[in-house]
Ligand binder design. Structure first.
Ligand SMILES: Cc1cc2nc3c(=O)[nH]c(=O)nc-3n(C[C@H](O)[C@H](O)[C@H](O)COP(=O)(O)OP(=O)(O)OC[C@H]3O[C@@H](n4cnc5c(N)ncnc54)[C@H](O)[C@@H]3O)c2cc1C
Length: 312
């Protein structure tokens, strides 16, 4: 088993940024890439809100540049998936599908996947009218008609955000009441271009190359209708990729990793978390990259100041 100073789990904006900083600090970080090298951003063709690029940039080019930059300074990328970890002893051990990694410090940057409805047409039209992020894709729907699916705070936030861009926003919920906080509901109901569609579920997404309609079913009567639409935003939650860390570090109710506020320290000294896996709020490429930088600096400081004796 090879012993590394730093193992970074995940190769999205958080993982690559942490790798860049640690490689430049001469710590030869190893990045275990997982099954989605480049991270979730690879699921969308272009990005418009990553600072520094006037024109939309192809996400494949952005993530390729992040990877090459980290490798240029000495980061070592390994194609493997971490299945479980043992943080009870130092050095830490990460068990992958292919290899086992021993590490003085670990940065977890495994991201979080949006939950989807799993209905016909949804995955085919993802990025072509179907989205799970209004902050990311809302600007493509200026003066258009869009719908948000969900009944919690995220769905209401997404609907309110979209109401400032789109001509009309429908909030589709399978029940007759929302789970969102009362203050958010008040804002929602006061918004003139938002209409709530109660007791409805989306059955399918329609359109050849782009979404142009959805099939809606009334959960009480069973009647269905086709609804023309330009954009559909699914806001039914995210699933942080934390299976490999179950029982090893403290997780929140939603499965995300709990970190010290304003820092990237987890419940285990020497194990850090960055990006969407520990951030249920912002979930953006730039915030993930920023947290990757923070995790690298926190890990570097921990390595220079701490000894295994701090481990409980
Ligand atoms: C369709 C879509 C469009 C988006 N559009 C935008 C946008 O326009 N602007 C914007 O700022 N943000 C956008 N986002 C959000 C952005 O992609 C995320 O906020 C960002 O990618 C999070 O980065 P991350 O590094 O934390 O995690 P991720 O990018 O999710 O990367 C996680 C990494 O961890 C790896 N991994 C997971 N589990 C394991 C494991 N067990 N072992 C090893 N590796 C593992 C994966 O392979 C992946 O490489 C979009 C997201 C989606 C899904």
């Amino acid at each position: 088993m090879v012993h590394h100073k730093v193992v970074i789990i995940g190769s999205g904006p958080a993982g690559y940024t942490a790798a860049l900083y640690l490689a430049r600090a001469n710590l030869a970080p190893v990045v275990v890439t997982g099954t989605l090298p480049g991270g979730q951003l690879m699921m969308t063709p272009e990005i418009e809100n990553y600072p520094g690029f006037v024109a939309p940039i192809l996400t494949i080019n952005l993530m390729e540049a992040m990877r090459t930059q980290a490798e240029h300074f000495g980061a070592i990328l390994i194609s493997d998936t971490v299945l479980r970890t043992d943080f009870s002893h130092w050095p830490f051990v990460c068990y992958g599908e292919e290899n086992t990694y021993m590490a003085d410090t670990v940065i977890i940057a495994t991201g979080a996947m949006a939950r989807w409805l799993g209905i016909p047409g949804e995955s085919r039209l993802r990025g072509f009218g179907v989205s799970a992020c209004a902050t990311c894709d809302g600007a493509f729907f200026r003066n258009k008609t869009v719908a948000v699916v969900g009944g919690g705070n995220t769905a209401v936030d997404e609907a309110l955000f979209l109401s400032r861009l789109a001509a009309r926003v429908y909030l589709i919920h399978r029940r007759g009441t929302l789970r969102a906080e009362a203050v958010q509901q008040k804002r929602l109901f006061a918004c003139e271009n938002i209409t709530c569609l109660w007791n409805k579920r989306v059955v399918s997404c329609q359109g050849e190359k782009r979404l142009n309609a959805i099939l809606l079913e009334d959960t009480q009567t069973g009647l269905s209708e086709t609804m023309p639409l330009d954009g559909l935003f699914i806001a039914i939650g995210h699933a942080p990729a934390t299976e490999a860390f179950q029982g090893q570090i403290t997780l929140a109710h939603d499965g995300s990793i709990i970190t010290t506020p304003g820092k990237t320290h987890t419940s285990i000294p020497g194990v850090f978390a960055a990006g969407d896996v520990s951030d249920p709020i912002y979930r953006q490429a730039i915030t993930a990259a920023g947290q990757g930088c923070m995790a690298a600096l926190d890990a570097e400081q921990w390595l220079s100041k701490s000894s295994p004796s701090v481990l409980k």
